[in-house]
Design a protein around this ligand. Structure first.
Ligand SMILES: Cc1cc2nc3c(=O)[nH]c(=O)nc-3n(C[C@H](O)[C@H](O)[C@H](O)COP(=O)(O)OP(=O)(O)OC[C@H]3O[C@@H](n4cnc5c(N)ncnc54)[C@H](O)[C@@H]3O)c2cc1C
Length: 387
């Protein structure tokens, strides 16, 4: 049972992906006792390379994230190459990201990012968050802050953070209605390949020799027509050849269905809050899914720092006020990439009052880069508390 007036909140987090783990760090840093319930045992961590912009890396830097240890590479460029003629179609350099936005834009393997965030958890002062692996949650109740585990036991918390990912079954507990996943008639195949193998093949090596880390995208598509796109980017620093030898010959290619949800009406109900993909599943168009989850966590850290149980409901309302418009804009820009940019910009203007790309801006142009990367969630949350 939640204890009113209790200075140290008892926090339960459902899911230990990037969103749940980031929330665990945030709430622990905010001075609270955290327990995380995760159904998996993480015996087989999956994922491929993802990109984190300064809107997320500035949060991780504040928490002491070791980008080098996690094998992070600076994202330096984006090239589009015509897949049939190999003609270079466009090239964009990102050499001054840190100077311009205050932190790095990183390419990381998702599992390495997860491990790196876990290292932050391990370095937290006692009492550290307790992580219960192999503990599936069956249900939750936002009024009392109850979490019902698959094993039949119930725990009661002052605050419940729902971070159960893209296939969340708990969204209706917060919003009161189902939030269906929308699947595009489009799939994405993701695989990792040792860069040495690529460099051994001159035909492939020509695209990567003497190039800085970034996207090289080969495409054969026209706007509004079916087509193919091959996006390649590096992650992970070099391994010792002996370690590489263990990985060589991997045949495990994963296929991801492209899916998203439309923005939901609320992230909070009483003592419960949705974060990460459960709150805002979006297409990976602008690489903002994990970054938004990290932003959620920092917002919670600022808004819940040192609060007592009787303040939780009001502070979660502030979280909603802060996160709904921003996340809705990020989701719309990510999900509606196929439509005309001006229509998408008009739609965002209806609910987002901050600066956004002007009509006529290109989907991947500097105005969009600015919109995503310049956002400082800590500053925005602190500002909201002052009002
Ligand atoms: C192809 C692709 C490319 C992407 N590229 C980028 C990128 O470049 N940049 C970026 O920022 N983002 C990117 N993303 C998005 C990013 O990977 C996700 O937004 C992020 O990993 C979501 O984290 P999460 O913690 O919300 O969800 P998840 O990682 O799915 O974690 C949810 C956790 O909850 C657990 N769980 C679920 N149900 C229960 C239950 N009932 N009880 C207990 N535990 C439960 C699950 O086991 C899981 O561990 C990409 C996504 C895809 C698919």
């Amino acid at each position: 049972m939640a204890s009113e007036g209790h200075a140290r909140l008892q926090v339960g987090i459902i899911g230990c992906g990037i969103a749940g783990l980031s929330a665990a760090i945030a709430l622990s840093r905010a001075g609270h006792d955290v327990e995380v319930y995760e159904r998996s045992t993480f015996s087989n961590e999956t994922g491929a390379a993802i990109i984190l912009g300064p809107n997320a890396t500035r949060v991780l830097t504040r928490w002491g994230f070791d980008a080098e240890k996690a094998g992070g590479l600076d994202f330096c460029q984006m090239r589009r190459i015509k897949a049939d003629t190999l003609e270079l179609d466009s090239e964009q350099k990102f050499s001054n990201i840190k100077e311009k936005y205050g932190d790095r834009m990183l390419l990381l393997h998702r599992a390495d990012l997860h491990t790196g965030i876990m290292s932050i958890v391990e370095a937290l002062p006692e009492p550290k968050p307790k992580i219960h692996l192999g503990s599936a949650v069956k249900d939750m109740e936002p009024e009392q802050g109850s979490i019902i585990l698959e094993n039949g036991s119930t725990v009661s918390k002052d605050l419940v953070i729902v971070a159960d990912g893209s296939h969340s079954r708990l969204i209706p507990r917060i919003t009161g209605s189902e939030a269906p996943v929308i699947r595009l008639p489009m799939s994405m195949y993701r695989f990792l390949q040792p860069i040495s193998d690529i460099m051994d093949r001159p035909e492939a090596a020509q695209f990567y020799k003497d190039q800085q880390p970034g996207f090289s995208t080969f495409y054969k598509a026209a706007v509004g027509k079916p087509g193919h796109l091959l996006n390649t980017y590096p992650c992970r620093r070099g391994f010792h050849p002996a370690v590489k030898a263990i990985c060589e010959g991997a045949t495990d290619v994963k296929v991801y269905n492209q899916m998203y949800r439309n923005p939901i009406e609320t992230f909070v109900k009483r003592r419960a809050v949705l974060v990460g993909d459960a709150a805002h599943l979006m297409l990976p168009t602008h690489g903002q899914g994990a970054s938004s989850a990290i932003e959620d966590a920092m917002a919670l850290e600022v808004l819940l720092k040192g609060v007592s149980s009787d303040q939780v409901v009001d502070r979660l309302q502030l979280f909603n006020e802060l996160r709904l418009p921003r996340v809705r804009a990020v989701q719309t820009f990510s999900n509606k990439m196929m439509g005309p940019p001006d229509k998408m910009i008009q739609e965002v203007k209806q609910y987002f009052s901050g600066p956004i790309p002007a009509a006529g801006s290109k989907t991947f142009g500097p105005e969009f880069v600015d919109f995503f990367l310049s956002y400082d969630v800590k500053k925005a949350a602190e500002q909201l508390l002052k009002v």
